[in-house]
Every structure is written in C-alpha cells, then in structure tokens.
Write a protein that binds this ligand. Structure first.
Ligand code: MF3
Ligand code: CO
Length: 260
C-alpha cells in the first residue's frame, strides 16, 4: 500500500492491457493460494518468502516488492500487531494462533499484480481475532462491489468504512490502496474511509488495488526500527486483505481472484 501523499491523473487501461494485468494478478493469486496452504505453526516467514520467490521465477514473473525503495524481500509478511510491510525473517517462527498477513506483488510482461490476505497459523486464538479477519475481508468485498462506472471513488472508501465501523474495528489511515498498471503505485489513492458521492468519477478501464487494513482498538501506526514494519501503536491485532480489480462496463472484475 501506498504511503499517503501524491495524486495525479488516473491512467485508463485498454482491454489488452487489462488482459496483461489479469495474467500478472493470476500469478499472484496462484502463489498466494499455495502460501495459504503452508502457513502453519513452526514455519518461518523467511521460508514462506522463499517459496514465493521460487514460484515467481517458475511462473516466469519477477518480484515487484524486492528492491522497491530498497525493500529486501518478495513478500511482506506481517504477524499479529504488524499491520503491513513485515520483512520475512528466519528468526520469525509462526506460533499457533498467530494472525498472519501475506502481501505479494509481481511483474509479468511489464504489468503489475498485487494482492494480500490474512489467516491464522492453526486455529484463531479467540473469537474477536477471527471476526477481525472475517470483517476485513467483508470490507474489501463491500468496497469492490461499488467499483462501477458512474460511481465515485468515495463510494468505494465509504463502503469499506461502513463495514469496519459498524463492526467496531479501527481503520488504518496512514496507508491506502492505489491505482496499478505498468507501475505498482499509480493514481488514484484509494483510502479505506471516505464520503459517498465524492472524489473522482469511476470509469471503465480503471484498475486499482483495494486494500483495507483493520485493527482491534486504535488505528495509530508506528514504524519499527527496521524502517519498514508498520505496527499498531497499541500492539493489538491487525488484518489486511487486498485485491487488484478492473472497472468494466458490467462492474468490477477481480483480476487477482482465486486465493481467498
Ligand atoms: N501491497 C503493498 C503495496 O501496495 C506492498 C508494498 S511493499 C514494498 O504497496 F516493499 F513494495 F513497498
Ligand atoms: Co497494494
């Protein structure tokens, strides 16, 4: 997800470009579904990243995050109070009940794919944690359902906000979703809170990564000393789901469909 500042013109994609974006995002979806199967107590986040790295190469793609502003890995793996941008580490061994968020980006044939999910190592530690993950996914799909021509960007944001707040969860504001195409981050920013009927008009050919990050408790963020890992200031749990979608005449198409 993008750090807040910076917004310019939205680049519309031709159908052949959407085909390329779909192909890139299907590589992401395939690898995320494989990772989801191996998340378990005892595996390290570094091992998960290595699986992703090998599969990216096998599928003929390139990692999108590695080297991005100096980021050192193919995935971001954020555990429990970590919201996003957790750096995979051989020292980070998953424990039973950990809430694990995996974010993956690839480049295929010059176009970017980007998606993420949260799940548990083993079973959820308690009902509230389980609900946080469920509601974050629900908020993502509520946002996606508004991604149609003639709606406005604020309709997506407001739908996400309504689901989060009606369930009593915090919404992280420091990071937002983003346009995506021949770059990982393009205009517009896609905040996870907003006002219906406001913002840019949505049009056929827009492609964006929608990515709510919800918390139990406060939405304030701190960045750890590694310069990347974003954690909740109160160190309570956070969850993150992300899809890359295209706006078509008929409504949203989830380009990264197939791993949730
Ligand atoms: N999915 C994230 C994003 O939209 C992850 C970026 S990690 C980074 O930006 F290392 F590439 F910054
Ligand atoms: Co993203």
């Amino acid at each position: 997800m993008k750090n807040r500042p910076g917004s310019r013109r939205i680049i519309l994609k031709a159908p052949w470009e959407i085909d390329k974006l779909r192909a890139a995002n299907q590589v992401v979806a395939e690898i995320l579904s494989e990772l989801r199967e191996v998340v378990a107590e005892g595996i390290t986040t570094k091992e998960l990243d290595k699986i992703a790295e090998d599969r990216i190469a096998e599928l003929g793609a390139k990692p999108a995050f590695k080297g991005y502003h100096g980021y050192p890995a193919c995935t971001c793996i954020s555990v429990n109070e970590e919201i996003v941008h957790g750096i995979p580490s051989e020292k980070k061994v998953l424990k039973k009940g950990d809430l694990v968020s995996i974010d993956l980006g690839v480049i295929l044939d010059g176009y970017y794919g980007d998606a993420a999910f949260s799940c548990f190592a083993g079973s959820p530690p308690n009902e509230q944690a389980e609900r946080l993950v469920q509601v974050t996914k629900e908020a993502l799909y509520a946002g996606i359902s508004r991604a149609k021509p003639k709606k406005r960007l604020g309709d997506i944001s407001a739908a996400i906000q309504e689901v989060a707040q009606s369930n009593g969860f915090g919404i992280v504001r420091k990071f937002v979703g983003h346009g995506i195409g021949k770059a990982l981050h393009e205009p517009p920013e896609v905040p996870n809170f907003g006002v219906r009927g406001t913002g840019p008009l949505l049009k056929k050919g827009m492609v964006m990564a929608i990515e709510p990050m919800l918390t139990i408790g406060s939405y304030e963020v701190e960045i750890l000393a590694d310069g990347w890992t974003a954690v909740t200031a109160d160190r309570r749990l956070s969850a993150h789901f992300e899809h890359t979608i295209a706006i078509t005449q008929k409504g949203p198409e989830i380009l990264s469909d197939g791993f949730m």
